[in-house]
Design a protein around this ligand. Structure first.
Ligand code: HAM
Length: 439
């Protein structure tokens, strides 16, 4: 038997419904925030991520899925969405658009060759947003408010927003010097990865998964003490705007984030369920990335949420009413081979007017068809036999009231809509199940 690759999963059944529900909630949320949907390729030229995400990040050092295509080009399955969207922003000249800031959202699969464990997959979905061409601290607050609103709508309340500022280039230069001075004598006590980071990118040491609880890291200098005046002003304003939006946060001066492109504001959202905490969202400003990838000077900010991590903590019982059930309006049964033609056409006609309908493809016995209709949660079963074909009618049974009727073909739709309308308050004109009468 061929199994699925390590760190991947099949999405089906209830989880698939929760996923589609989540997509719907996100879409509605993004419409209200006026963000545009964007989709980029699953693979990109490797250089994009090496230059975008940064060579000293764990993602690039050990987690990318790289391959050489048949034309000898180095390609990488995207480990995250930001670099791809920046590439698209530059390549499609979105910056020439008169509407500004330009704001995008996506739900896409990402690929990281990580050691699979709870909440850490090799193929996973991220919902993310990227907003270009504004350095307004109000936009920072807006970006942070999106995942917060999403979690609120999903009933996930036990969350902590942690925020920090990595400042501008001058900030990071002075902080790096202070950190290197501090770590100089202590680096031998940290892990081998940290020793490597010490020469390549010492700030990364603060993000080490192995040494994160070491007193050496806990007592390290704080970047917030090294912010330049303009970075401090920006950060203070972001915090004020978060207060305006009534978003609770904690300033955590040791948040560095695992990707190299961040400048100024960075943040993470942690959720705690049953004493277990996990980071479900991360983001921040990347005011230099568009330029670094050869676009015009453009400030930008974004975030991404791990969909599987959210799905693992959603209380599906609470959402049960919102998650659509498997239901069918009609189950059409041809009782003879001769009836197939009419049954197939009728089933199609029912679907075209907006009903959900299924056909018995297997020429089952009537008893099995009733069983099948019950398993499919069908509201009506429509039987078409020899007599029905000869005399131009069908037999319809309402499976909850057990009422049975013989109807002429031209009466079928009117009867069904009448019955379904009274059942579910369908809108009479559009027959859309989700559209309720306004009164
Ligand atoms: P990130 O922190 O690497 O940021 O990932 C964002 C979120 O994706 C994480 O908080 C987590 O929920 C989820 N995630 C990451 N790795 C995995 C994994 N192996 N398995 C399951 N879930 C995972 C970024 O990717 C940035 N692009 C975010 C961003 C957008 N910054 C600015 N704009």
């Amino acid at each position: 038997m061929i199994n699925k690759p390590k760190g991947t999963y099949d999405l089906y059944g209830k989880d698939a419904k929760v996923f589609l529900y989540l997509e719907d909630v996100i879409k509605t949320l993004m419409d209200s925030y006026n963000y545009e949907y964007i989709k980029t390729p699953v693979f990109e030229q490797s250089n994009l991520f090496h230059r975008g995400v940064g060579p000293s990040s764990d993602i690039i050092r050990k987690e990318t899925y790289d391959f050489i295509d048949r034309g000898d080009r180095n390609m990488t399955l995207r480990p995250e969405g930001t670099a791809s969207i920046v590439r698209s922003y530059i390549e499609n000249k979105f910056y020439a658009n008169n509407i500004s800031p330009q704001k995008f959202w996506y739900i896409d699969k990402m690929y990281r060759y990580e050691r699979p464990q709870k909440g850490r997959l090799r193929e996973f979905f991220q919902f993310g947003c990227e907003a270009f061409d504004s350095d307004s601290p109000m936009l920072d607050a807006e970006i942070i408010s999106i995942p917060v609103s999403l979690l609120e709508r999903l009933g996930i309340t036990n969350i902590k927003v942690r925020i920090n500022s990595l400042g501008d280039e001058q900030t990071r230069k002075s902080y790096k010097e202070a950190l290197v001075n501090y770590l100089n004598e202590k680096i031998d006590d940290l892990c081998s990865d940290c020793k490597d980071r010490f020469t390549k990118n010492p700030l990364r040491i603060l993000d080490c998964k192995i040494d994160k609880d070491s007193p050496i890291i806990k007592n390290a200098p704080k970047i917030t003490d090294y912010l330049t005046d303009s970075s401090k002003e920006h950060f203070d304003e972001v915090l004020e705007y978060l207060n305006d939006l009534e978003i609770n946060y904690e300033v955590d001066p040791y948040i560095i984030r695992g990707l190299d492109y961040y400048t100024d504001t960075v943040f993470e959202i942690e959720a705690t369920i049953n004493d277990e905490s996990m980071i479900i969202c991360g983001g921040g400003r990347y005011d230099k990335l568009v330029e670094d990838l050869e676009g015009p000077q453009t400030k930008a900010i974004g975030f991404a949420v791990g969909i599987e991590r959210i799905m693992s903590i959603i209380d599906t019982l609470k959402l049960d009413e919102d998650i659509p059930k498997n239901e069918l309006d009609t189950f059409v049964v041809p009782l003879t081979k001769q009836a197939n033609h009419f049954a197939l056409s009728l089933n199609q006609a029912l679907r075209l007017v907006g009903l959900s309908s299924e056909l018995d493809y297997k020429q089952r016995s009537i008893k099995s068809c009733f069983k099948q209709a019950e398993l499919l949660n069908a509201k009506f079963i429509i039987l078409i036999g020899e007599d029905e074909i000869k005399n131009d009618y069908v037999t319809i049974k309402n499976l909850s009231t057990k009422e049975e009727k013989q109807l002429k073909n031209h009466e079928i739709l009117e009867y069904l809509f009448e019955q379904l309308d009274s059942d579910e308050e369908h809108c009479c004109s559009c027959h859309n199940k989700d559209h309720k009468h306004e009164n």
